[in-house]
Design a protein around this ligand. Structure first.
Ligand code: NAD
Length: 452
């Protein structure tokens, strides 16, 4: 089939390259000319395991190419995917301006019957809006469908190639038939396609993300409770996860969820509920708990190094002045360079505000973190932040080391080396990755999230 994909971000680039790998002819379009130029040169703008090979291979096989020209990509395509961004508006609802602009551009460019598919995460009713936007400017027949994407950054390629499920939401039988054919090779072992109406498809995506976010905020609440009552959340987590009705995935407390999806999708579905007079009280709390959780680790550092009274502020004297804090892991999770809404940004900001010198390391996210810091942190604070290519170098002279992203190399570091490098042996484990007894044996002060 001939496909066009609008948006070459985490979703569009993976989907475009993935569909090309199954033999389709794919043109990926982006309005960001620099991004397209880089892709044409063979540079992959994001870090995603396996993606570079997938893109390069399919470009070489002439099944995948990149352009800024929407008309050229869309004219003659059998299926056009919209995979552009849907960021939060000021009131938390999803900003659909990119989606609607893309739909209009597509409408102008269609030359024959085409199925236009929304892959971006969009609120209920967007399918109808996309259809109306295309119909306003389009002269040929077309059908619309909603096909939300469930890939997770860090294993996006695998998730896309072997999806748990494919949701196809449309009222048009022709659209469903075309999409079933397109997805057939990806669900060959057993048909994991679920055909729905467009609104149910749109809501399924939000419901799934909101539920996963709920598990995380729930566990963060439990972890904080564990600290107050003297329980160990690691045991509680394992005990809960042994119940087959609960399952053991997504039960890890930590420094709060981040990324480009959970925070904005929880807010967006809350806004949808509010808009139709159906308050989503649980999800409002999920969001609140998450915002609070992003501050927990920095508060622990302040409490340890400057005393409990210093946690609250406002500070006459910044409590961490002269202190050096190392951060390991800046990406919102392992396997990606994405720092959108990452807890690391909140934690680094808080530590800088408290007067600390911050030395940070991440295996792949230094560039994206620097860009985010430049855009959000005051220059005077930024001057106290340094980024390091090497993990142990970041820990040199530190009064505390905070683990924020559980990248593999951080899971079993050389603690003796760390201790020799650090000024004071304080470990703050935001991902409950290290064994408290083991590091305390080495005379480290250890604090995790909800651990004894
Ligand atoms: P992204 O910000 O990485 O990429 C979006 C791209 O769309 C950008 O490169 C932008 O330049 C481009 N764009 C904007 N308007 C365009 C237009 N009119 N024509 C062509 N290109 C245009 O976004 P993303 O992370 O890939 O997410 C895209 C959508 O998929 C969002 O709705 C998101 O919620 C959803 N989603 C994301 C993930 C994820 O893990 N990132 C997973 C599932 C779903």
């Amino acid at each position: 089939m001939r496909l066009a994909v609008l948006g070459t971000g985490y979703v569009g680039l993976v989907a475009g390259a993935g569909f090309a790998d199954f033999g389709n002819d794919v043109v990926c379009v982006d309005i960001d000319a620099q991004k397209v130029e880089r892709l044409r040169r063979g540079e992959i703008p994001i870090y995603e395991p396996g993606l570079e090979r997938l893109v390069t291979h399919n470009v070489a096989e002439e099944r995948l190419r990149f352009t800024t020209e929407i008309a050229e990509a869309v004219g003659g395509a059998d299926v056009v995917f919209i995979a552009v961004g849907t960021p939060s508006s000021h009131d938390g609802s999803a900003d659909l301006s990119q989606v609607i602009a893309a739909a209009r551009d597509i409408g102008r460019a269609l030359t024959k019957f085409t199925v236009v598919v929304t892959k971006s995460t969009v609120p209920v009713g967007t399918s109808a809006k996309v259809e109306a936007a295309i119909a306003e400017v389009c002269k040929v027949p077309f059908a619309v469908a909603s096909n939300p994407e469930f890939l997770a950054e860090g294993h996006a390629v695998d998730d896309f190639m072997k999806p748990d499920r494919v949701i196809l939401g449309s009222n048009d039988a022709r659209a469903i038939e075309v999409l079933r054919k397109l997805y057939a090779p990806l669900v060959r072992t057993n048909d994991r396609c679920l055909v729905t109406d467009p609104i149910s498809a749109e809501l399924t995506k939000y419901a799934a993300n909101a539920f996963l976010a709920t598990r995380i905020s729930f566990m963060n609440d439990m972890a904080n409770l564990c600290e107050r009552v003297g329980a160990d959340v690691e045991l509680v987590r394992r005990g809960m996860g042994m119940d087959a009705r609960i399952g053991n995935k997504f039960l890890f407390p930590g420094v709060g969820y981040g990324g480009s999806c959970f925070p904005k999708d929880v807010k967006a579905v809350v806004a949808t509920g509010r808009g139709v007079g159906c308050p989503l009280t649980i999800l409002e709390a999920v969001d609140l708990v998450n915002d609070r959780q992003k501050r927990v680790l920095a508060d622990k550092v302040v409490r340890r190094l400057a005393g409990p009274a210093a946690v609250e502020g406002p500070w006459k004297q910044p409590p961490l002045e002269g202190r050096v804090i190392a951060l390991w892991g800046l990406a919102f999770k392992p396997g990606t360079d994405d720092v959108r809404e990452a807890p690391s940004l909140v934690i680094a900001r808080r530590l800088l505000e408290a007067g600390a010198q911050v030395r940070a390391h991440d295996p792949v996210a230094l560039r994206t973190f620097q860009a985010a810091v430049d855009a959000t942190v005051e220059p005077a604070w930024r001057a106290r932040l340094s980024l390091h290519d090497q993990a142990y170098e970041a820990a040199r002279g530190a009064d505390a080391l905070c683990l924020l992203t559980e990248w593999h190399p951080f899971r079993r570091p050389n603690f003796a080396k760390l201790k020799a490098l650090m000024r004071a042996p304080n470990l703050f484990d935001g991902r409950n990755t290290w064994e408290p007894a083991e590091v305390r044996e080495l005379d480290f002060h250890y604090e995790g999230i909800g651990r004894k």
